[in-house]
Write a protein that binds this ligand. Structure first.
Ligand SMILES: Cc1ncc(COP(=O)(O)O)c(C=O)c1O
Length: 423
């Protein structure tokens, strides 16, 4: 039985904020019935489970088919089971789990193989944010103190703003064209003696666009600059597009481009892995060596960490490895094929709805829509009032056609969209 977008679901996303505004989306209700107390004695596990389920009842679920704007999805059940079986493993102390450490090494090289460079190094990290932070940290340490600027598209994910603030570096944001790809002439002109790194995106957060990455790679080579590719979302889509029957002339994004030093690719987005699972992949050990930390005191003995966080989920490593082994190229191609089919199906139906336009021709399974008779903010609010969670970007709404969705879900959504666009 498909889960429905019930009253609880819509309440979860559009009632009033009472407190902890900083962690909740605008409009979430937090009932302040009782001040939480640390319990003096424990309750039975059944009671705790019931209480928990009751507390979390208002949350949206991927199974409802109402989450249309997330870049995450319901994890694959096999991956989730493996994850739950390996919970005690801390890959931050690899001496305790040498087999798991080897598994991580091989997982990174396997993903490197997908990205046309098996001889790579890296780590399974908490997500795209940590991977992007690591890339800029590495670039900064490699560049030395006199270079503080990073040239990147204006569409770059906000993790780069976090990185800039944390590391006191400057971002030079370059506008994008009508197809949402960075304007390469302006990008070239922005490179100067202060530039420490270039960033390109393979699957932008807003519209799934792919920047002109071979030109950016040439630029990096010419000026001997660090180049990082953010393929957090696109990394598990672009390699499978052609075999899925959706060839794309912008699919060159990986280590085949000689200027690329590192890539972010997130298994917890289109890789079907449980959260947390991102990956940072470096072309070589020498590059990764700019952001390593020696740790001497761990129970497992000396280690050299390549991540920002110390204690790290070994369960993530086990789940990512297992999913790649169980799905393979064929499995991922099937997933991408289904998501791309839904993307084009939805785009074609939306073209028949008066008052709604699509923003660009989708490259991957991300679709931007905008209303013609009201603001995107107003449409987002109306859809939220009907229980649907889409992402709101300046000027448009984003729909991500993820594995948890189906044509049945999308048909229901289309009725609601048509009604709300007409009002
Ligand atoms: C292109 C891109 N990079 C990085 C991120 C950050 O990933 P995470 O939320 O896993 O930290 C996102 C998230 O949507 C993204 O779209």
């Amino acid at each position: 039985m498909p889960e429905r977008c019930g009253r609880g679901a819509s309440q979860a996303i559009h009632t009033r904020i009472i407190e902890i505004e900083y962690v909740l989306p605008k409009g979430c209700l937090v009932l302040k019935k009782n001040d939480p107390q640390f319990p003096s004695s424990g309750k039975s596990v059944d009671q705790v489970r019931n209480d928990l389920n009751r507390i979390l009842e208002r949350d949206l679920t991927f199974g409802s088919g109402c989450i249309l704007g997330s870049m995450c999805s319901k994890p694959d059940s096999f991956g989730a089971r493996i994850f739950s079986e390996q919970l005690e493993k801390n890959i931050g102390d690899p001496g305790l789990h040498p087999a798991l450490a080897e598994l991580e090494y091989n997982t990174i090289r396997t993903i490197g193989d997908l990205l046309h460079h098996r001889d790579c190094v890296g780590a399974v990290v908490s997500g795209g944010t940590e991977a992007n932070l690591l890339a800029l940290w590495t670039a900064k340490n490699r560049a030395g103190k006199s270079r503080r600027e990073v040239v990147l598209p204006a569409t770059a994910h906000f993790s780069f703003d976090k990185a800039a603030s944390l590391m006191d570096i400057d971002l030079v944001k370059i506008p994008v064209d009508r197809e949402n790809r960075v304007c390469i002439d302006q990008y070239r002109q922005a490179v100067c003696p202060r530039t420490m790194a270039l960033v390109g995106i393979a699957g932008t957060t807003g519209l799934g666009a792919v920047d002109p990455l071979s030109s950016i790679s040439e630029l990096a080579m010419k000026h001997e600059l660090y180049l990082h590719i953010d393929a957090a979302f696109g990394g598990f889509v672009l390699p499978f597009l052609e075999s899925a029957g959706y060839p794309c002339d912008q699919s060159d994004f990986d280590f085949q481009l000689p200027g690329v030093d590192s890539i972010t690719i997130d298994p917890h987005k289109m890789g079907r892995a449980p959260i947390p699972a991102g990956c940072i992949i470096y072309r070589s050990d020498a590059i990764a060596g700019h952001s390593t930390t020696d740790v001497t005191y761990l129970a497992g003995g000396y280690t050299r960490q390549r991540t920002i966080i110390g204690t790290r989920s070994g369960a993530s490593v086990a789940a990512v490895w297992s999913l790649i082994q169980s799905l393979g190229i064929e499995g991922y191609t099937d997933i991408v094929k289904r998501c791309m089919y839904m993307t084009h199906w939805l785009k074609d139906r939306i073209a028949e709805i008066e008052g709604i336009e699509t923003v660009i021709e989708p490259v991957i399974n991300v679709l931007g829509i905008k209303p013609t008779g009201m603001t995107p903010e107003r449409l987002a609010e109306k859809l939220r009032n009907r229980g649907y969670a889409l992402s709101l970007f300046p000027g448009f709404l984003r729909i991500t056609l993820m594995p948890h969705l189906s044509i049945v879900n999308l048909s229901r959504f289309l009725h609601v969209l048509e009604e709300e666009a007409a009002k």
